[in-house]
Design a protein around this ligand. Structure first.
Ligand code: KIV
Length: 271
């Protein structure tokens, strides 16, 4: 087990909540790591908030590798302390063997661990990844890669049957070797019960305050994807507004003939 994974797992003993944000490129990774974010998640949400796809099922392994490499460079230049987790994209879980193949490629690209969607039905994938030396975090509850099958993004754990299935998933994945569990849109009481039951850290998104850590999509936190705002994500900056303001100012200056760029000093000039 690497130091970063060991530190992630001991956070609960230190009574320290784990802060996770998504990062997709060099500047976001560097700025977030410089700000003390514990985990940089190269989430396949990049398909929606960076690449403009309608959902995450179109994200390819090539794209995940490209963005993971950029995040690894940004984190390195921020001191390299953050744990980098990269998502296994849609289709990587065709078999435990394909998950291991893609997981190893993501480690080569600079990730320290991977995250994969799936419950007890993916315990064999988690076991194979762990056995191959690819630390695996499991993603249960609402699984965005299942959006086309389920016809939307639905809260999980509302019925006693769903809650029992989530608890069984958590048990099976912990037993298979998952180093952490991501709980997405899980009813808060069920997320609390899972967190109390397993020994590995739980990271929640829209799953209440009782997980061992919280994750959000960075674009939701900084207001860089203003066309969709999840209800649970607290927006802390208005980046889209700033981009529009700066761009409008540049356009207006250029169109009006006002110097829109700074003058480059001529060769030999001392100023
Ligand atoms: O892809 C992603 O960014 C994620 C988060 C929504 C947790 O999995």
């Amino acid at each position: 087990m690497t130091d970063r994974i060991a530190s992630f797992q001991s956070a609960r003993a230190r009574r320290e909540s784990i802060a996770v944000l998504t990062a997709y490129d060099y500047p976001s990774a560097r700025l977030l790591a410089e700000s003390g974010v514990d985990v940089l998640l190269v989430g396949d949400s990049l398909g929606m908030v960076v690449l403009g796809y309608p959902d995450t099922t179109l994200v390819t392994m090539e794209e995940m590798l490209h963005h993971t490499r950029a995040v690894a460079r940004g984190s390195r230049d921020a001191g390299g302390r953050a744990l980098i987790i990269a998502d296994l994209p849609f289709g990587s879980d065709e078999s435990p063997r394909t998950s291991v193949r893609d997981g190893l490629h993501l480690l080569d690209a600079g990730a320290h661990a991977v995250k994969l969607e799936g419950g007890a039905d993916h315990a064999a994938h988690v076991a194979a990844l762990t056995e191959a030396g690819v630390p695996a975090m499991s993603h249960i509850g609402m699984q965005p890669q299942r959006v086309r099958i389920e016809g939307g993004y639905k809260i999980k754990g509302k019925t006693p049957q769903q809650a029992a299935a989530l608890l069984a998933d958590a048990d099976a994945l912990e037993k298979a070797g998952a180093f952490g569990l991501l709980l997405e849109l899980v009813v808060p009481a069920v997320a609390k019960e899972i967190t109390a039951r397993v020994k590995i850290p739980t990271i929640g998104i829209g799953s209440g305050p009782d997980c061992d850590g919280q994750v959000l999509v960075t674009h939701d936190v900084i207001g860089l994807f203003p066309w969709f705002k999840p209800k649970f994500a607290q927006q802390r900056a208005f980046t889209a507004d700033e981009i529009r303001r700066a761009a409008r100012e540049f356009v207006a200056a250029t169109k009006s003939g006002t110097p829109a760029t700074l003058t480059t000093p001529s060769p030999g000039s001392t100023s």
